[in-house]
Design a binder for this molecule. Structure first.
Ligand code: S3P
Length: 185
């Protein structure tokens, strides 16, 4: 699904768009994304970090101060702005897929890779981190609730990788292998 962003070069399709990582919190988007960008020599764009830098506030503080709906607006604005550039690996926030407008922009703006992981892995990866406003309170119950609500939210991806039991390096190798096999990088 790279479409018109592909041009032939030396018989190979060269991907000129972006690689967009989507997935639930704790599936490895930011860690693997940064590594993948380094491997490809592309820019790494972490949506949440960019929002935090631009507003000088953590995601938690933004949620607290303005509420989730306001954050979702900032998220859409940032996504559209980032997608104005190409040759980037973009780590999206776990809820960035909820708005149809965002899903459409992602599908147009690059190759969408969903990362998933089983619940125990997700809990292991997020339990030490207090920076996720949607996971405050009973962590297990919150994750169950959100996983259920977002059961199919990541299904629109071009490629899905299960990161359970994988190191960031292994996640990156799997993504790069798949893209290479399809002549996309
Ligand atoms: C959210 C995920 C977070 C962050 C915000 C909301 C979500 O990003 O955008 O806390 O709705 O799933 P990560 O997926 O990087 O944790």
């Amino acid at each position: 699904m790279i479409g018109s962003d592909c041009v032939g070069k030396d018989g190979k399709a060269v991907m000129k768009g972006n690689i967009i990582l989507i997935g639930f919190m704790g599936t490895g988007k930011s860690t693997a994304g940064e590594l993948l960008a380094r491997k490809l020599g592309w820019v790494f764009a972490d949506m949440d970090k960019r929002i935090e830098e631009e507003h000088g506030l953590s995601i938690s503080r933004l949620f607290e101060r303005d509420g989730e709906a306001a954050f979702r607006k900032l998220e859409t604005e940032m996504l559209i702005r980032i997608l104005g550039q190409s040759r980037q690996v973009i780590a999206t926030g776990g809820g960035a897929v909820l708005a149809e407008e965002n899903r459409t922009a992602m599908q147009r703006g690059g190759y969408v890779v969903a990362l998933k992981a089983d619940k125990a892995t997700i809990i292991g990866r997020v339990s030490q981190d207090t920076g996720r406003p949607l996971l405050q309170g009973d962590l297990d119950a919150r994750i169950n609730q959100l996983l259920q609500a977002r059961k199919s939210a990541y299904d629109f991806a071009d490629l899905t990788i299960d990161t359970t039991g994988l190191t960031p390096g292994q996640i990156v190798d799997r993504i790069a292998d798949r893209l290479r096999r399809m002549d996309l990088i």
